[in-house]
Design a protein around this ligand. Structure first.
Ligand SMILES: *Cc1c(COP(=O)(O)O)cnc(C)c1O
Length: 398
């Protein structure tokens, strides 16, 4: 029997809200006050920043960490430290936040969009090699929603062609590929602590690497060209002040105290949700590679079955499920279709480039739905509500 949809006046599946984000408490409060009263808020004599850098690097199994103002600038610094120059091409998926591309264009490096896999929304390694040119310098793997990209394949391709592998891990704090944290499995990787991310300080970012020289270069770029052991006015390179404050490090240390517990809960709830959604006619769950040993689930991503998208309109589906009390969202516009980016690429290259990424375009326009990480911090029964709402809305199309 079809139930009346809430959007048409029926009873919504759910009226209870999902957990708020950010989650914070005593540790953040204590650490923030400690920084405040220390009078050491940044600059010389930093205490919390090195402590956080050490902890976060260890958490992701990396040797070095350099904190920076945000994830976008983190990527720019990572690219520059890795030797990417103006005019060099950087291969990346179009299914990502615009910052992955703008972090290149800020200094004239050229994003080259290579399509994603339909069943993961992650960069398709099988399509990377044909996009490599003499100008290609790096590949950016983006771990969307916290799902690690196929690092095994991407590392192989990068090695074979002498390219740098950079991991945009903005959404992947805690994620692991084959038992090792993401971020420094390639040459260098970056994380974001913007307000929506799985640990947050309102804003912030960090660069991870196992290469000491890359770490030193990144540090110098983010510290007005100084060198670590140098004098205050000894500027050996051109760099900028791109530092975080001690207050942000204090909040992040507080956030990290909950990360394991929250990660375990997100994993547990995501597993249950997958078991519930996989049985719903018209819905496809994403493929989870068994080499993903830990998934941060910044997003829980699922799809409308591509065979149903002619009848089931994605935006209408979202309106209907939102009315049922489930805040699913539509996610990105495929970056290869963003006119501002294409114009900027034309400005730097003098060429009108276009990129064919039909899988990403279809994911954005017709298929992929997101649930945000805070929903996975709810309880088991709440996952049943999500599945009930998805089933109810899907049935309305039969
Ligand atoms: C959030 C995000 C960024 C940018 O990080 P900011 O800290 O907001 O600058 C880059 N890439 C991805 C995939 C992101 O989700």
């Amino acid at each position: 029997m079809k139930e009346e949809l809430a959007i048409h006046g029926g009873r919504p599946v759910r009226s209870k809200p999902f957990p708020d984000w950010p989650v914070y408490g005593e540790p953040e409060e204590r650490l923030l006050l400690e920084v405040l009263h220390s009078g050491k808020w940044g600059g010389v004599g930093r205490i919390k920043l090195p402590e956080f850098e050490e902890k976060f690097a260890a958490y992701q199994n990396a040797e070095h960490a350099v904190t920076v103002v945000n994830g976008t600038i983190g990527l720019t610094i990572a690219l520059q430290a890795a030797g990417v120059m103006p005019g060099d091409e950087v291969i990346m998926p179009p299914y990502t936040f615009i910052a992955t591309a703008t972090s290149c264009l800020i200094f004239g490096a050229i994003p080259v969009f290579v399509d994603v896999e339909a069943d993961t929304s992650l960069l398709d390694p099988a399509k990377v090699e044909s996009a490599i040119t003499t100008r290609t310098k790096a590949i950016v793997a983006v771990h969307i929603g916290g799902a690690p990209s196929n690092l095994t394949e991407l590392k192989k391709i990068a090695k074979k062609h002498g390219l740098r592998l950079i991991e945009d891990s903005a959404q992947a704090a805690g994620s692991q590929w084959e038992g090792i944290g993401v971020g420094a499995q390639g040459d260098i990787g970056t994380f974001s602590f913007q307000s929506s991310k799985n640990i947050s300080a309102g804003e912030g970012g960090v660069i991870l690497t196992n290469d000491e020289q890359l770490a030193d270069t990144a540090w110098s770029l983010a510290n007005v060209g100084r060198i670590r052991q140098g004098a205050w006015y000894q500027h050996e390179h051109i760099g900028w002040n791109l530092r975080m404050t001690e207050f942000q490090a204090a909040v992040l240390l507080g956030q990290m105290s909950r990360l394991d517990e929250q990660a375990a809960k997100r994993e547990r709830n995501a597993k249950l949700l997958t078991e519930l959604l996989v049985d719903i006619d018209g819905i496809k769950v994403m493929r989870r590679d068994p080499r993903i040993t830990r998934h941060a689930y910044h997003l829980y991503i699922f799809r409308i079955d591509p065979e149903r998208t002619d009848r089931v309109n994605k935006n209408e589906f979202i309106d209907r499920i939102n009315a049922e009390g489930i805040q699913a969202t539509a996610g990105y516009v495929s970056l290869n279709q963003n006119k501002a980016l294409l114009n900027e690429i034309r400005k730097w290259t003098g060429e009108s480039r276009s990129y064919s990424c039909p899988v990403s375009e279809k994911a954005c326009d017709k298929e992929v739905l997101w649930l945000h990480q805070n929903m996975l911090l709810a309880e088991e029964e709440d996952m049943y509500d999500i599945a009930r709402a998805v089933r109810k809305v899907m049935r309305s199309y039969q």
